[in-house]
Ligand binder design. Structure first.
Ligand code: ADP
Ligand code: MG
Length: 399
């Protein structure tokens, strides 16, 4: 993969940087600026080299047309605070106004373009439509730097097509994320444990399938666990269940047994009367969930067993909270995993947290980013990497 070192002298060059600035917003207030922070080092490095930096990114899911709710203006403002220098903002992505704003940039100055997804060409399935938009983007720059790890699994104009039109390289963030993902897939230090949770098993089937061949232990919690329990023949009450995946999951359980991978499921479950923070709840056996109850977290006995199983792990990948952590009474299982990972990190293990909600969960529970070896900025991208898929946005940086 080409890195920043491969780009020639950048002084005075217009460099288009694709960052991942897709932050959660409450009105115009950024509720978690983790992705903006993560994009700073590459931009700083380019500015230090005297480049004229043009940052492009998307925010939310506007429908291919301008939509004020998804303007990147507040994000550009936050970027300026973090860079401690003025950051221009262009209320247009491509077009005469954007061209003018880029022309006005001096060496070592930076500008953010408006949300890429205000243009239908950005995410178009139609190759020609995407190529046309990429052409407009490319006309604004002399070189392209891909630094939005959260989008490298997308075949989109600003991620994929534009790279083919300009001299290109991976930014520091993409290079660092890929280095960690390689450590997780190529000869990881053992024991290698994978902790999976979150809402839906169907989001993570590919990863489970691929990791059975790679990991030594697979610990399953969160909403997906009920499909596993059902596959083992237990009833799960009103818990989250994907009936159409029960057969597939049964296949995984058999595959794991054949390949000697330990799959560790909870033995107890916190079961609530309603999916609400103030609902009555008890700890019940995972094999005996009452028919009127909803499983909302792994139980204390399971947390203890999961912690013990992670105690000697040298590599841990964690994706997906163990319970409905957004409700404080049901965050215990997630907290226990985070605490053990912090201990493992201190002991020198490679601990990686992937997934937007998982990253939000550990921050909400008061953990520092440095409690883990790595918190990935790209949930979907890291999962697809671990599935062994080819990621278009990385593939295009190879040559
Ligand atoms: P990530 O973004 O880290 O990949 P997911 O999006 O897969 O994670 O899942 C996160 C969501 O899973 C959280 O909103 C959490 O409330 C939910 N969740 C976890 N356990 C349960 C459960 N037992 N029942 C319902 N939802 C759950
Ligand atoms: Mg999520």
């Amino acid at each position: 993969m080409r890195t920043l070192d491969s780009l020639p002298d950048l002084r005075g060059q217009r460099v288009l940087v694709r960052s991942d600035l897709n932050v959660p917003l409450d009105g115009e207030r950024i509720t978690d600026d983790g992705r903006v922070r993560a994009s700073v080092p590459t931009i700083e490095r380019l500015l230090g080299a005297g480049a004229r930096v043009v940052v492009c990114a998307h925010l939310g899911r506007p429908q291919g047309a301008p939509d004020a709710r998804y303007s990147l203006r507040p994000v550009a403002h936050r970027l300026g605070e973090l860079l401690e220098r003025p950051v221009g903002f262009c209320p247009e992505t491509v077009g005469p106004q954007a061209a003018q704003a880029v022309d006005a940039l001096g060496d070592g100055e930076v500008l953010v373009l408006e949300n890429l997804r205000f243009n239908a060409g950005e995410t178009a399935k139609d190759e020609q439509q995407r190529a046309d938009f990429a052409q407009h983007l490319a006309s604004l720059a002399d070189a392209f730097v891909s630094d939005g790890f959260g989008v490298v699994h997308r075949k989109q104009a600003s991620v994929y097509d534009v790279a083919a039109l300009l001299p290109h390289a991976a930014g520091g963030l993409v290079a660092a994320e890929v280095a960690v993902m390689r450590q997780l897939t190529e000869d990881p230090a053992r024991p290698y444990a994978v902790v999976l949770g979150g809402a839906k098993v169907s989001d993570k089937l590919g990863v489970i399938d691929n990791l059975i061949a790679l990991a030594d232990r697979l610990l399953i919690g969160g909403g997906m666990v009920f499909t596993f329990l059902k596959a083992q023949g237990y009833e799960v009450g009103r818990s989250l269940l994907e009936q159409d995946q029960v057969e597939t999951v049964r296949g995984y359980l058999e595959k794991a047994q054949r390949s000697g991978v330990e799959i560790i499921l909870p033995t107890d479950i916190v079961a609530a009367t309603r999916f609400a923070a103030d609902a009555d709840h008890d700890v019940v056996s995972a094999q005996d969930i009452p028919s009127d109850r909803i499983g909302v977290d792994i139980g204390p006995e399971s947390s203890h067993a999961f912690a013990a199983s992670l105690g000697d792990a040298q590599t841990v990948f964690w994706n997906g909270p163990m319970g409905a952590f957004e409700m404080a009474p049901f965050a215990h299982g997630t907290d226990v995993i985070a605490r053990v990972l912090r201990e493992r990190t201190a002991e020198g293990a490679l601990t990686v947290v992937g997934g937007g909600d998982s990253a939000a969960a550990v921050r909400q529970l008061g953990y520092a980013d440095t409690d883990f070896a790595h918190i990935s900025t790209g949930g979907g991208a890291s999962l697809e990497f671990l599935e062994g898929k080819t990621l278009p946005g990385l593939d295009v940086l190879e040559d």
